[in-house]
Design a protein around this ligand. Structure first.
Ligand code: C2E
Ligand code: CA
Ligand code: CA
Length: 928
């Protein structure tokens, strides 16, 4: 007890050092036979979980988890179970509500330590990741939004419309509009893309305002928009379309004289009044109507008419056609704000790509005032100035980047040239002749300056080389306003960029080690090997041996520290390495330049030895070992990098529990093995379809009279070429990917078919047991599924036995045990497989709901006196508790004889028979 206290205190100290700078808490719980108890919780956990220390302790006396994870209780339990299953550190994330209803995201990083007889210890870092999560969510939202128009993008529109129409039970009517800007290409070509963008942004705004109450509204092509609207009356929708066409014609394009012919749009409408139209249909209909509009002269709208033959070349001109009025209203008559300022405010406000938006604005300003060159110059902290934007008329040359023509007087707001607040008009005479020469300036230079919160941020310079410009007071005011607005947006933009950079980092880098993410690494590696065609490269896959041990013995904080050190070591000290990434938990991948494997392999082993020695010494730990694999990159292969990584990993996996540092060179025979594994995984559904899984039966023999009292169904995979694969080769793989649940039910079905056949023929039958993996635990319908299948084949319950391991009782997930109880109550017998092989204690026998206990083979293998005593009393005790007992794996006459001298009921083993095909089993039964 004292020892464990000491350990906890030590861990607490370690943790607090590392955690001091983090908003992270630290927690240790123990888990004994599924009961969770709190061992230690650090102060920082409380604010993260949303409770005060007192509140926490008063409420968590009995079950700490039930309390602070109310919202996620079952999820948390599941995660805990997973930790104890895999014994690998994991990261879990939960959403919690604090008591003030504030939503927070909590991340738990941690893992379980090896069971000390029957208990697990779980240690966690608890982190508040709300702000990071929020950013991710925002980013997700942004990626469905068209950045220019701030409405949904094409992919989002399709997805949302499909969803809404698909979920509609016919109780809602929808109108779907496709809106197309007429002659957009011409606008773009004649006035430039910047103006085109400005128009699109305005159209997006208009759509949002006119089609208020829309369900979906988005941009589905260059100049095409779509809107999905619920409606009552078609005429309402037609009025909206009408209104919209009108509104578009008024889109304000600023004071430019050239663009007075304005914009117009065409609209096609489709109606979905029942539930049978999907996205494709409504889009097709609306688009067809739109096409008719375009043929009819554009600028108006049409509803899709099912009775009309749209294919007919000379279809009637739509009757709803409106006169295509000439549009010239600029919509600013009543506005007090200067149109240029209003444009700037509105335009920058909705712009997503601020950079091009500022270009649009500057170009507009330049034309409006007829200036030769407009520049935005930003001042850095050290008053270094850089041109950020520059827009010139065609007649003049842009100012070059490395310039400093004008001297400080022009820039610094305090200088004498600033006669009015914030602006200076500098004439040619005010500058040195040399400067004028350089810029080739014949006329004035006006500079408007901007302050940030405290200091000077930058200037916007309006230059006239060719003509003199007189600024009126009103114009100066406008420009001053402009400068403020523009710099404000630049600041906003920089803020966003900063955030993007952070996001980028989170996605492309591993936050613990700062190494690139695997995806990122692959890109980097790919680029390197294709840019340097004459060089050759290898991949090293390296992994700490038994890192679990480190985590358990020294705590996760130290584990993390080692991972970070190794990353730094590989990056900086390991000269062969070009780039490194951490692929998962304690595994790294390194790109190495070399035309042979031998040299880098030896070099790498040496480096690993150095690292381990150094780290063991400095951190005062022991048993740090790295095992690795190395493989050459074959450029000609598809997915050259990925397959080299896979191969190096396969090579690494051939090292089994070595205490030495190793690095295995990849060979082709390794490939065969990993290919086999891949083939097994990829072929499973075909194999199921083609009945390649065959059920064998192994008899269970009564120890009283040697009669056959049952059988166990054991699956075999027989490939088309006749080769047989044993379950130990594929069951673990299928447990990993979940396919096992299908196979188990397949086996049950085959057994039911077999029994049905025999019952129909009035032949003798014995109960047959079927194995069910723990992976069924996530299926709340488990019992019902089995019962339904039995009913389907009309097989009486007593003929089927379910074999499960004690595991599902020790780690009950989501009340799965209810399923077992239900089956048992139905009369289906439950058998506990491999008893005594796992973590179980005899204790669990008092709580377990089962009929038969199957004692693991391992007990018979202990053929000495002590072994016999253990087995005999184990059998005795189980019998005493009211279970039937069967022992597995009897191979010799002596073993059977021994069992006959105990209370054991049944035996199963090669001594009597190996598992055999069903027909053979029938013959075997007759002979017996
Ligand atoms: P298990 O459930 O413990 O099945 C008993 C295993 O012991 C069988 O191996 C059987 O052939 C073997 N065995 C029986 N008597 C003896 C003996 O005297 N000596 C020795 N050395 N072995 C004996 P098998 O058929 O290779 O199955 C291995 C494991 O694969 C099974 O162990 C079970 O865990 C799993 N398995 C097999 N079929 C299925 C299935 O349909 N579903 C699931 N979930 N697992 C299955
Ligand atoms: Ca079994
Ligand atoms: Ca077994």
């Amino acid at each position: 007890m004292e020892k464990s206290m000491e350990r906890i205190i030590k861990k607490q100290e370690e943790a607090s050092i590392i955690l001091d700078n983090m908003l992270a808490g630290y927690m240790i719980v123990t888990c004994v036979s599924g009961i969770v108890q709190l061992e230690f919780i650090s102060e920082k956990c409380f604010p993260i979980l949303g409770y005060s220390r007192e509140e926490f302790y008063s409420l968590c006396k009995d079950d700490p988890l039930a309390f602070f994870f109310q919202d996620n209780y079952s999820e948390v339990v599941k995660s805990f179970v997973k930790l104890t299953q895999t014994m690998e550190p994991e990261i879990f994330e939960y959403q919690l509500y604090h008591r003030n209803n504030e939503k927070v995201y909590v991340q738990m990083r941690g893992g379980a330590t090896e069971p000390s007889s029957k208990s697990f210890e779980l240690q966690f870092l608890i982190l508040d990741i709300t702000s990071m999560k929020q950013e991710l969510i925002n980013l997700e939202i942004e990626s469905t939004i068209d950045s220019l128009t701030q409405v949904y993008n094409q992919i989002a529109v399709k997805k949302l419309v499909t969803e809404i129409l698909g979920n509609n039970q016919g109780n809602e009517k929808f109108a779907f509009f496709v809106i197309d800007i007429d002659y957009f290409k011409i606008i773009n070509d004649s006035f430039g893309h910047l103006f085109g963008d400005a128009i699109l942004a305005s159209v997006g705004d208009e759509i949002k305002s006119i089609f208020a109450g829309n369900r979906v509204c988005g941009r589905i092509g260059g100049d095409e928009f779509a809107v999905l609207m619920p409606f009552e009356q078609k005429t309402d929708m037609e009025l909206l379309a009408e209104k919209f066409c009108e509104r578009v014609k008024r889109i304000y394009l600023g004071g430019e004289k050239e663009i007075t012919q304005g914009v117009s749009c065409s609209i096609g409408i489709s109606y979905s009044t029942d539930s049978n139209k999907g996205y494709q249909e409504v889009f097709y209909e609306a688009d067809t109507a739109l096409f008719a509009v375009k043929k009819g002269g554009r600028g108006f709208w049409e509803s899709f008419d099912e009775t009309k033959d749209y294919l007919q070349e000379d279809s009637d001109r739509p009757s709803k056609r409106k006169e295509n009025e000439s549009i010239c209203s600029n919509g600013t008559e009543n506005s007090k704000v200067h149109p240029l300022l209003q444009f700037t405010i509105e335009f920058l406000d909705k712009a997503q790509d601020i950079k091009s938006a500022i270009h649009i604005v500057l170009d507009r300003v330049r034309r409006y005032f007829d200036i030769d060159n407009v520049m935005i110059v930003k001042s850095g902290l050290d008053e270094k100035r850089a041109i950020e934007y520059q827009l010139c008329s065609n007649e003049v040359k842009p100012i070059e980047e490395d310039w400093n023509y004008f001297g400080d007087s022009v820039w610094l707001p305090g200088s004498s040239v600033y006669t009015e607040v914030g602006c200076a008009v500098v004439r040619k005479e005010d500058l040195s002749p040399a400067t004028c020469e350089l810029v080739n300036m014949k006329s004035a230079l006006s500079t408007f300056t901007h302050y940030g919160k405290k200091s000077h941020v930058g200037n916007i310079i309006f230059m006239n080389y060719t003509k003199e410009k007189q600024w009126s007071l009103e114009e100066k005011e406008v420009l001053n306003g402009l400068v403020t607005i523009i710099f404000g947006h630049i600041a906003r933009f920089e803020n966003v960029e900063d955030k993007n950079r952070q996001m980028d980092y989170l996605i492309n880098y591993d936050t613990l080690t700062n190494l690139p993410s695997y995806e990122n690494f692959k890109k980097i590696a790919w680029r390197i090997i294709y840019e340097e065609q004459e060089k050759e490269y290898c991949i090293i896959y390296t992994d700490f041996n038994n890192f679990k041990y480190i985590n358990e013995t020294y705590g996760f904080a130290l584990g993390d520290a080692i991972l970070v050190r190794y990353a730094q070591f590989l990056k900086s000290k390991y000269k062969y390495g070009i780039d490194v990434c951490r692929i998962t938990a304690d595994q790294y991948v390194i790109l190495v330049e070399s035309n042979s494997i031998a040299k880098p392999r030896l070099e790498f082993i040496k480096m690993c030895q150095m690292f381990c020695n150094m780290t063991e010494k400095e951190l005062q730990i022991s048993n740090l070992t790295l095992i690795s694999g190395i493989c050459k990159i074959d450029r000609d292969q598809e997915y050259a990098v990925t397959s080299a990584v896979d191969n190096a990993n396969s090579a690494k996996k051939t090292v089994k529990d070595s205490a030495d540092i190793e690095c295995v060179a990849y060979t082709h025979s390794m490939k065969k093995e990993s290919d086999e594994r891949m083939e097994i995984i990829s072929r499973v559904s075909i194999a199921l379809d083609q009945n390649e899984f065959v059920v064998y039966l192994q008899p269970k023999i009564s120890l009283v009279d040697d009669s056959i009292v049952g059988a166990e169904a054991l699956v075999r995979w027989i490939k088309p070429d006749g080769t047989m694969i044993y379950p130990d080769k594929f069951i673990p793989l299928f447990e990993e990917n979940g396919t096992i649940t299908k196979i188990d039910f397949y086996v049950l079905q085959e057994v039911l078919i077999y029994l049905r056949r025999r019952l129909d023929k009035k032949l003798k039958v014995v109960p047959i047991s079927v194995n069910f993996s723990r992976k069924h635990q996530i299926n709340p319908q488990f019992a019902n599924d089995i019962i339904a299948l039995l009913n389907e084949y009309g097989i009486p319950e007593y003929l089927i036995e379910i074999e499960v391991t004690e595991y599902i009782f020790v780690n009950d997930i989501e009340g799965f045990q209810k399923n077992i109880v239900k089956l048992k109550e139905k009369g289906i017998s439950i058998s506990i497989d491999d008893f005594g092989s796992g973590y179980s204690s005899l204790n669990i026998l008092s709580t377990i709901q089962a009929d038969v206990i199957k004692i693991d083979q391992a007990f018979l293998k202990r053929d000495d006196k002590k072994g016999h005593t253990v087995l005999r009393s184990l059998i005795h005790m189980i019998k005493d508790l009211g279970f039937q007992v069967i022992v597995e794996g009897a191979e010799t006459r002596e073993q059977v004889r021994f069992l006959k001298g105990t209370d054991c009921d049944m035996v199963q083993g090669y001594f009597f028979a190996k598992p055999m095909p069903m027909e053979e089993f029938d013959e075997f039964s007759i002979k017996k």
